[in-house]
Design a protein around this ligand. Structure first.
Ligand code: DGY
Length: 328
């Protein structure tokens, strides 16, 4: 039997390329070129698997042009680049990388919360610009994190890890909103109380979004939702950019309608809305919530294990549409 062929869409750790090359004929993009979609499709010809990193759209139109494809393995927990129904209809397995990035991503959510509430990056820019020439009692004063109320929107693994940090590390009252309520024991374990979205927005001192992006969640935070928040509140987004209406957020930040924001994800990333760039009271990071060496390696190995598991052994580790399995 000839070995399966796979495509690796972006540059990844060489050790993971080597691991995959032990099982497959590999076309790797170690130059990390951004292939236009037509070129990506052309490179998929004759491939049974593709290692994706979250930026490659896999939909019905692409699948129709890549008939040999059996599995797309995302090196990300988010999978809004996959049209899952189209993949299932085409008999193509989708996998993601859950679990391995939970704590790292929660750390970053908390880092953004603290940086926004305590004006860390704004202060640093002020200092580096040579504007710090004396002490003053209201210089860069912000909001407390400890003892405040933390509102988490999206209470999956990462939301719960953020809740633990808030409740156990910072003595925060934790409220959360989620599509479905957690069992009581799980709420108690992370010290969290369920709330409707409007109540959460009205009550929380710090709001963190960790919701997966779906068309229904598009701009779930817009002008009307921001208007419910306290003027002292901060808003953090480590989910996906499309969750927030960025123009409305920029207007609210400029007007002091809320105190500050921390954003790791953007609707048009890697382009950032110029209105946000013009706001001093927003901390902006380039989608790095999972970016530590051990975590990115674990994510890459899990994506590779999914390809090897499915194409070589018939079982993927973390399938999103397990009903497809068995077709390899
Ligand atoms: C994910 O895994 O979805 C992250 O956003 C990628 O870093």
């Amino acid at each position: 039997m000839p070995r399966p062929s796979i495509l690796i869409a972006r540059a990844i750790f060489p050790e993971v390329v080597d691991k995959l090359a032990a099982h497959f004929d590999v076309e790797a993009n170690q130059a990390d070129e951004l292939w236009p979609r037509e070129q990506f499709i052309q490179r998929l010809q004759g491939k049974q698997g593709v290692f994706t990193t979250g930026g490659e759209r896999i939909d019905a139109a692409l699948l129709a042009q890549a008939p040999g494809l059996k599995i797309c393995a995302n090196m990300a927990v988010g999978h809004n680049n996959f049209d899952l129904p189209a993949m299932t209809a085409a008999g193509v397995l989708a996998t993601n990388a859950p679990g391995v990035l939970t704590e790292t991503t929660a750390d970053m959510g908390f880092a953004l919360l603290m940086a926004a509430a305590r004006r860390v990056t704004e202060s640093e820019h002020y200092l580096r610009a040579g504007r710090w020439d004396r002490w003053s009692c209201d210089m860069m004063i912000g909001q407390d994190v400890h003892g405040s109320t933390l509102g988490i929107v999206g209470m999956g693994r990462i939301g719960q890890a953020i809740a633990r940090r808030g409740a156990l590390g910072f003595g925060m009252q934790v409220i959360y909103h989620n599509r479905s309520r957690l069992p009581e024991a799980e709420e108690a374990a992370v010290g969290a109380r369920y709330a409707g979205l409007d109540e959460l927005l009205r009550t929380a001192d710090h709001v963190v979004l960790v919701v997966p992006y779906t068309p229904e969640a598009h701009h779930m935070i817009g002008a009307a939702q921001i208007a419910l928040m306290k003027p002292t509140a901060t808003l953090v987004n480590i989910g996906r950019g499309g969750l927030i209406d960025e123009d409305a957020l920029a207007q609210a930040l400029q007007a002091g309608r809320i105190a500050a924001a921390g954003l790791d994800v953007f609707e048009g990333e890697p382009k950032v809305n110029p209105a946000l760039l013009a706001c001093a009271n927003v901390v902006l990071t380039p989608h790095i919530a999972s970016a530590t060496v051990p975590t990115r390696k674990a994510m890459a190995h899990l994506a590779a294990d999914n390809l090897i598991g499915y194409l070589a052994q018939g079982r993927a580790v973390t399938p999103l549409n397990p009903e497809v399995m068995g077709g390899a």
